[in-house]
Design a protein around this ligand. Structure first.
Ligand code: CP
Length: 304
């Protein structure tokens, strides 16, 4: 049934389209976008909690002049009346919803919804699989800092295995010519990641001086039952703290997709570090999502 373009992972965009989205993001940051989505109804359906992604999609939709609707899954007929997700998606499409932003704990859920929904589906995070708009805003933040991406080295540190952000960001960075170094212990970074064209490093200290950007990840406790290694050992080996920060180059930036857990993957010294870019990431999240919504609904803008 699906007739319109969706964004399920970064593979849905070619390199030129990613560049276009970044150029459009920059444009939206420097001038008001105008009501490019006037009359378009966007529904945000989050089956998992969200602060950043939900709020920035809602803001992006409102700034583009769209109708922004929240569909809380517990309030839908899906919850207690036996209506399937397939029939929910068909119903929403028939009602004229143009964009459905979906977050769900099950990998592949937004892709399945996109087969039934007659509109654009945007994956706002599906289990440990993908989070394409977070990856776009993270890569945009690195580009914004350094200009060129090709030849840069980015270390992604922590629970890679369960991180949908890492999985999308790795693919995007590789396609744009960035060296990706994954850092973590075997239970969070199985050795077979080395076959995916990335460098696998167990020793965090070994990458501190060579990294242009360090992306920290939280432990994704909601995606596994038992901590697979000693928590104290993990924190000792992989927390970015004042001692490790003293070893990075002055121009190195430190990022985190959020939410971050103080005392686990970072300590408070990181939040005071001049190269801490979390607030910029959050800010870019709104304009990147405006660019994605505009691109899916309107295509490539013709220069006037
Ligand atoms: N980075 C991110 O996806 O944050 P939220 O879970 O708050 O949306």
């Amino acid at each position: 049934m699906r007739t319109r373009r969706s964004l399920i992972d970064l593979d849905d965009l070619n390199a030129d389209e990613i560049e276009y989205l970044f150029a459009r993001t920059r444009q939206f940051e420097s001038q008001p976008p105008g009501h490019l989505l006037e009359g378009v109804a966007c529904a945000n359906m989050f089956f998992e909690q969200s602060t950043r992604t939900y709020t920035s999609f809602a803001l992006a939709q409102q700034r583009l002049g769209a109708y922004s609707i929240t569909l809380a899954p517990k309030d839908l007929s899906l919850a207690t009346k036996g209506e399937t997700m397939e029939d929910t998606a068909i119903t929403l499409g028939a009602m004229g919803i143009g964009v459905l932003v979906v977050r769900h704990p099950e990998p592949g859920f937004p892709a399945t919804v996109s087969q039934w929904f007659d509109g654009h589906v945007i994956n706002a995070g599906d289990g440990g699989h993908a989070h394409p708009t977070q990856a776009l805003l993270d890569i945009y933040t690195i580009r914004d800092e350094f200009g060129q991406l090709a030849g840069r080295s980015v270390a992604i540190v922590g629970d890679i295995l369960h991180s949908r952000v890492a999985h999308s960001t790795i693919r995007g960075l590789q396609r744009l010519g960035v060296e990706v170094v994954l850092v973590g212990p075997e239970p969070f970074l199985p050795h077979d990641y080395a076959g995916k064209g990335v460098r696998v490093e167990r020793d965090f200290d070994a990458v501190l001086r060579s990294s242009d950007a360090i992306v920290l990840l939280r432990i994704q406790r909601e995606r596994f039952a038992e901590m697979p290694l000693s928590f104290e050992e993990y924190v000792r080996n992989y927390r970015l703290d004042a001692k490790r920060l003293a070893k990075v180059r002055n121009e190195t930036i430190v990022m985190h997709p959020g939410p971050y857990n103080r005392g686990v993957e970072l300590d408070d010294s990181v939040l005071l570090y001049a190269g801490w870019r979390y607030a910029k990431q959050v800010m870019h999240g709104v304009s990147v999502r405006m660019a994605v919504l505009d691109f899916l609904c309107n295509g490539v803008a013709v220069a006037s």
